[in-house]
Ligand binder design. Structure first.
Ligand code: SF4
Length: 354
């Protein structure tokens, strides 16, 4: 049975006091600039704080405001994002900056209705931006908030989708501090990230210990209840190093691709097996690939476990290249944005002087 809010005012007070004292000193917490907060929120989606910090600093140094981002070249933005994953966020960020310059005179809108029209903004980001940048009392719900609330209110069932997720949003709306909404939202997420941990919650250090029924009943690790594990598909891929006169044949992924649009890569294909993927590449590119593997990289994208094997192939006969393909000097490969798995192939190639 869902609990009632033990004492919302006391809960807010204790949490905010704890946040003031123990919050991590993060670069985006030292600014009130909506642009910088926007960039940080996009980067932090599904990515750990310590990974984001250097990316955030570098991004703001190169592209300090909406105007510079709106005018930036996509390849440069993807290069700044290289290694952070979920590249759609980078493209959305550019599209958002262009809309903000075009439709809102360079100011991030401050209403829920308008902010939800910005590319890449869903309910979570809208709540985070309106509360942190503009002090509007909108809540946020992410994995940390779900964990903390499930324990504080003994929320049962799958809280990540459907009715359960809606239930967490309702609690978040009831609980948001109207005096300090941005700090309150950050405090709940901070508590989830540093104290109310999934496996080993540090209840003795928690400012909400005496308000928490899960801790009182020793049920902390029973919440949130596990959702059904999602099915993961295995994917076999082959990629080719095709070299000629100190150059490699590489390809820019088109805007029609499902993943990693606009990123560069060595020619690659998916198949029922590596042999099958290699045959496809040989046919498409009219090359002959050796069967001796140079490197194997394992990688996961959403629910796909990818095994990518890298082979050497003879160059095709000189002639016009297929769309998106280009010969690039090996020394110039580092300047192009490569996603994680393909980036490992590039590193191997450059390290091994292939
Ligand atoms: S007391 Fe423990 S379980 Fe309850 S909110 Fe705090 S850390 Fe989480």
């Amino acid at each position: 049975m869902a609990n009632t809010i033990p004492n919302p005012t006391l809960l807010q007070k204790n949490l905010l006091k704890w946040f003031d004292q123990y919050k991590r000193d993060l670069p985006w917490r030292r600014t009130r600039d909506p642009y910088a907060i926007f960039v940080s929120e996009m980067m932090l989606q599904q990515t750990q704080v310590k990974t984001v910090i250097p990316y955030y600093k570098r991004f703001l140094q190169r592209l300090p405001d909406w105007k510079s981002l709106a005018k930036a070249n996509e390849e440069m933005v993807l290069k700044l994002w290289e290694g952070l994953g979920y590249y759609r966020r980078a493209r959305n960020l550019m599209a958002a900056a262009q809309k903000i310059i075009r439709d809102y005179d360079g100011e991030l809108p401050d209403t829920m209705e308008k902010i939800l029209e910005i590319p890449g903004i869903g309910p979570y980001s809208a709540g985070a931006l309106l509360s942190i940048a503009y002090q509007k009392p909108y809540p946020v719900v992410d994995g940390n908030v779900i964990r903390v609330f499930s324990r504080l209110f003994l929320l049962k069932g799958n809280l990540k989708t459907g009715k359960g997720h809606k239930k967490v949003w309702e609690w978040a709306h009831k609980l948001i501090s109207h005096q300090r909404p941005g700090d309150f939202n950050q405090a709940v997420m901070e508590l989830g990230a540093t104290v109310c941990l999934p496996e080993n919650p540090q209840c003795l250090l928690c400012p909400l210990l005496h308000l928490c029924p899960a801790a009182r009943q020793g049920l902390q690790t029973h919440f949130p209840q596990a959702a059904k594990p999602s099915v993961t598909a295995e994917v076999s891929m082959a990629a080719l190093f095709i070299g000629r006169s100190g150059k490699a044949l590489v390809k820019k992924r088109s805007q029609d691709e499902k993943w990693l649009k606009g990123m560069w890569e060595f020619p690659s294909a998916e198949g029922k097996s590596f042999e099958d993927a290699l045959r496809k590449l040989e046919l498409d590119l009219k090359v002959k690939a050796g069967r001796e593997e140079l490197l194997e990289v394992r990688h996961q994208i959403t629910h796909h476990k990818i095994r990518l094997r890298f082979f050497r192939a003879t160059p095709p006969h000189p002639g016009p290249l297929l769309d998106g393909f280009k010969w690039v000097k090996l020394s110039g490969l580092r300047r192009l944005p490569f996603a994680s798995a393909q980036g490992k192939l590039r590193k191997w190639l450059l390290d091994n002087d292939a």
